[in-house]
Design a protein around this ligand. Structure first.
Ligand SMILES: NC(=O)c1ccc[n+]([C@@H]2O[C@H](COP(=O)([O-])OP(=O)(O)OC[C@H]3O[C@@H](n4cnc5c(N)ncnc54)[C@H](OP(=O)(O)O)[C@@H]3O)[C@@H](O)[C@H]2O)c1
Length: 338
């Protein structure tokens, strides 16, 4: 580790070391409005130079476009990065809002080949099941993922939005290196059972949307106003209308703490996730998403910020006061099965 790079942690028991903060690449291709591709490419390089090595994508982001976008970066830095992608959510061309879950072994095999092709690589470092299909036993789905490990197509396995019981069950089929679930000052479902299982099994938790999809940075100054057409957040109950206005008011202590440290609200949110993990005795690698180099540098700066016990206490009640769910349809989240 050189001075200007962030610290590293082990990804799953006995896994590779990765920068303690990763980069979520989803927004480059979909969900949060238009992207300047040149800035996004520059952000990838800025991230790597700062010591970010875990790059997160999925086959559904932009219906494959995100993996394709990443391919040149992956090719240029294959041995320096840990590349994570996901399978398991199906979409329909005629209905952009449709989401189906498919964990069948035949589907997994097709999905991995398609991801490898789009990413233009012969191995995926961390392959996640994006959502759990309860109709398919883990013995079959994780069993099929384990075969990919044996064949050398995939190095480590991960799950997303599973409960603690599901994590234990899957881990018994094949070691799970990482659990990727939403975890932030606003979203703490994962603390119900999953993080305890992760601690017990040595699974690294990869908090997604650690900035609350941008809301926790305070950049929704005009909270409650209509979001641009096509912005996924316009469908999220907590990001819109009266809920958004009420939720913006919850950020007051975040801003106060940020000012005391000469930091930003987003940095406080990211530091909170890191410190919350220590309480649970787990390793975390949050993956905030940004398409801008200056924000990337701001976000990695949070890995050097330590909040006091008093500050953590001030932040403790926030999640319990958030108005509105984190998804319009909560049926695909771990909470639905807790
Ligand atoms: N497993 C799953 O089901 C799942 C679900 C959602 C996301 N994810 C993964 O998690 C990653 C991160 O989650 P996310 O992108 O949803 O949410 P996030 O990281 O909480 O927030 C991203 C949003 O915040 C903005 N932002 C980032 N840094 C900022 C800063 N310093 N100041 C102000 N605004 C800032 C980004 O805009 P700009 O890009 O314009 O900077 C973007 O709109 C995704 O990229 C994806 O890889 C996984």
């Amino acid at each position: 580790m050189t001075d200007n790079k962030i610290a590293t942690v082990e990804l799953g028991r006995g896994g590779p070391r990765v920068g303690v903060q990763g980069l979520g690449c989803m927004g480059i291709s979909e969900f949060y409005g238009d992207t300047d591709e040149a800035s996004a490419r520059e952000t990838l390089e800025t991230a790597l130079a700062a010591g970010v090595t875990l790059f997160d994508t999925a086959d559904i982001y932009g219906s494959g476009a995100n993996e394709t976008f990443l391919a040149p970066f992956v090719g240029a830095h294959r041995d320096e990065i840990t590349l994570a992608t996901k399978f398991g959510i199906e979409r329909r061309e005629d209905d952009p809002d449709y989401r189906g879950v498919n964990n069948s072994p035949a589907y997994i095999r097709k999905a991995v080949e398609a991801s490898l092709r789009r990413l233009n690589t012969d191995v995926i470092d961390l392959y996640y099941m994006h959502r759990h299909d309860t109709a398919v036993p883990f013995a079959e789905s994780v069993g099929a993922m384990a075969e990919l490990v044996r064949e050398g197509k995939v190095k480590q396995l991960g799950l997303s939005e599973v409960t603690g019981a599901e994590l234990r069950e899957a881990h018994a089929v094949h070691p799970i290196a990482a659990l990727q679930s939403e975890w932030s000052l606003f979203s703490r479902d994962v603390e119900r059972s999953a993080v305890a299982a992760a601690a017990e099994l040595g699974v690294t938790v990869v908090p997604y949307s650690p900035l609350g999809r941008g809301f926790l940075t305070g950049s929704f100054a005009d909270a409650g106003k209509e979001l641009a057409a096509g912005d996924f957040r316009a469908s999220q109950p907590r990001m819109t209308g009266e809920n958004a206005k009420a939720n913006a008011a919850l950020l007051e202590p975040v801003h106060k703490i940020a000012a005391a440290h000469g930091a930003t609200a987003g940095q406080v949110a990211l530091a909170w996730v890191q410190q919350r993990a220590r309480v649970h005795g787990i390793t975390v690698v949050p993956i905030p998403g940004t398409r801008k180099s200056h924000r990337l540098l701001e976000n990695v700066g949070a890995t050097r910020l330590t909040l006091t016990d008093d500050e953590l206490a001030l932040l403790e009640p926030i999640a319990g006061q958030v108005a509105g769910d984190r998804y319009q349809d909560m049926s695909l989240t771990s909470l639905a099965r807790e």
